[in-house]
Design a protein around this ligand. Structure first.
Ligand code: HEM
Length: 476
């Protein structure tokens, strides 16, 4: 039997839905954040320098405020320099901001979407994060690697002693060797180690893939469907060759690491109670990430810190005096001394702040339309925290371009760099506790053993590496 109340309900529901839909479609949208005027089609691309790009954003931020937008070939990029607004999006609304912008050449063609930083926020990425959090997520977990850390730091000191003119190379080989040891339990052979060679090749290929404008396919993704034999499709051959090198890094050291009983990321996860064969792919791709994400970053940060000790001899002497007093001349510092060395700690903290290793770290993409600070954030917009400015804001850090460890030794210190320099929200650097431990033990041993002073050609002031992360340019 027909019930008129049912018809009434259906009609009311339909009307309410139509009104709601019309309201959503036609309500006035808040404006996009302000920003510099660009050109038709290309937008602001031509105004962006390829080196020190973030310094241009800093200028624009001063002009347009702590949230502004630029246009990259039609894709809006929202640049945010207010810690509160960054945290609102990347910490509080993290579900809609877990993904990275898509890089067609690096991710789809070369396969960097197998390596954690470039992965979409999918099931495999969550498994990577779970693996890394299990092995490096707490101080106690990282403590398992202290023995490796101490041994590698001692080896670094010996190399510096033997040849003090090659500090930068020694640091790079220290970080690479330690990453291989931690990831696979593998002892790098001196000279031309084959596995380390593959790893370095992969990193230099990645830097090439990331050069702005290097591959047209990143701006015109449909080009990816052009076959390799087609005239002008050299990028497809480059992609194949880079893909093979990356696959080699993922497969080869893993095979070797999985057969060893030594303590490592690979052997620990393989021997975990909940390990099953179907987790192998996640394990080997995440192990490969440890070198890619951890070696050059830690090397760059240590290198920068030693540079600060060279440029600020009074601070170095103060840190050395503290180590002399607490550790004494009979032995080298150990992690167990850490709590008793507050000045050294402050130097490390200030080093992380002053040398913002990843000045533009934490990039994401918005997966739905949103509103922030009264401005519209369209779905697909690139979200770019301006980490460099957060770390060098003169309102928060007095004399922000100076190395001043004392700022962290007062009752009410400014924000600790771990709040920004390692990124944000669910994609925050999973290696931050490990990196911090590697930095501390090596810097402290270095201070206990060496003085550092400039030679001819050494820099006379501290500067950021032009590409942000250590990019192979000599700095001294
Ligand atoms: C001084 C040393 C380091 C610095 C300054 C650093 C900084 C960063 C930053 C800024 C991000 C981006 C986070 C975000 O998007 O919000 C990141 C991501 C990442 N880092 Fe580090 N990192 C360092 C060392 C390491 C080490 C030692 C490892 C590995 C053991 C590592 C592994 C990773 C991985 C896998 C990601 C990607 C996370 C994801 O996308 O889910 N990093 N790091």
């Amino acid at each position: 039997m027909f019930d008129p109340r049912l018809l009434e309900t259906v009609l009311l529901t339909t009307c309410a839905w139509v009104v709601w839909f019309a309201y959503r479609s036609f309500r006035p949208r808040p404006p996009l954040p302000p920003g510099p005027k660009g050109w038709p089609i290309i937008g602001n691309i031509s105004q962006l320098p390829t080196l020190f790009t973030w310094l241009t954003w800093v200028d624009w931020s001063r002009q347009y405020g702590d949230i502004f937008h630029i246009n990259l070939f039609g894709t809006p990029m929202i640049v945010i320099s207010s810690p509160a607004l960054v945290s609102e999006l990347l910490d509080k609304r993290h579900n809609d901001y877990e993904n990275r912008p898509k890089l067609t050449m690096a991710s789809d063609l070369v396969g960097w979407n197998r390596i954690t930083p470039l992965m979409p926020a999918n099931k495999l990425w969550r498994e990577h994060r779970r693996n890394m959090s299990q092995l490096f997520g707490t101080k106690a977990a990282v403590g398992k690697f202290y023995e490796i850390e101490v041994l590698q730091a001692r080896k670094l000191m010996r190399r510096i002693l033997e040849d003090p003119t090659e500090v930068k190379n020694h640091i790079q080989s220290w970080a690479g060797t330690m990453s291989m040891k931690i990831a696979y339990g593998y002892d790098v052979k001196g000279g031309q180690d084959p596995y380390l060679g593959i790893a370095h090749k992969v990193v230099s290929q990645f830097l090439h893939l990331n050069q702005p404008g290097a591959f047209m396919v990143d701006s015109l993704p449909w080009l990816q469907y052009i076959p390799a034999w087609f005239p002008g499709a050299a990028f497809q051959r480059t992609a194949k060759s880079y893909r093979d090198t990356l696959s080699n890094l993922i497969d080869t050291p893993f095979k070797m690491g999985s057969g060893t009983a030594k303590q490592s990321y690979t052997s620990d996860l393989l021997s975990a109670d909940d390990y099953t064969q179907d987790r192998e792919y996640a394990l080997k791709t995440s192990a490969a990430t440890i070198f890619v994400g951890g070696a050059d970053t830690t090397a760059g940060q240590l290198h920068a810190l030693l540079l600060m000790f060279m440029l600020y001899p009074e601070i170095r002497k103060k840190a050395q005096a503290e180590i002399d007093q607490v550790v004494g001349p009979e032995r080298l510092p150990h992690f167990s001394d850490r709590d008793k060395l507050p000045y050294v700690e402050a130097c490390l903290t200030e080093g992380f702040r002053l040398h913002t290793l990843s000045p533009t770290g934490g990039v994401r993409v918005a997966t739905k339309d949103d509103v922030l600070g009264g401005y519209f954030i369209p779905k697909g917009a690139i979200i770019q925290p301006l980490t460099w400015l957060i770390a060098h804001d003169p309102e928060v850090f007095k004399d922000p371009l100076e190395f001043v460890p004392e700022r962290y030794l007062v009752d009410d210190p400014p924000p600790h760099p771990r709040e920004f320099t390692f990124g944000y929200g669910r994609r925050v650097c999973p290696g931050m506790i490990l990196a911090d431990a590697s930095m501390w033990i090596s810097a402290t041993m270095f201070l206990a053993l060496f003085d550092i002073s400039p030679t001819k050609g050494s820099p006379t002031s501290f500067d950021q590496f032009p590409g942000g992360v250590l990019d192979g340019e000599p700095v001294w």
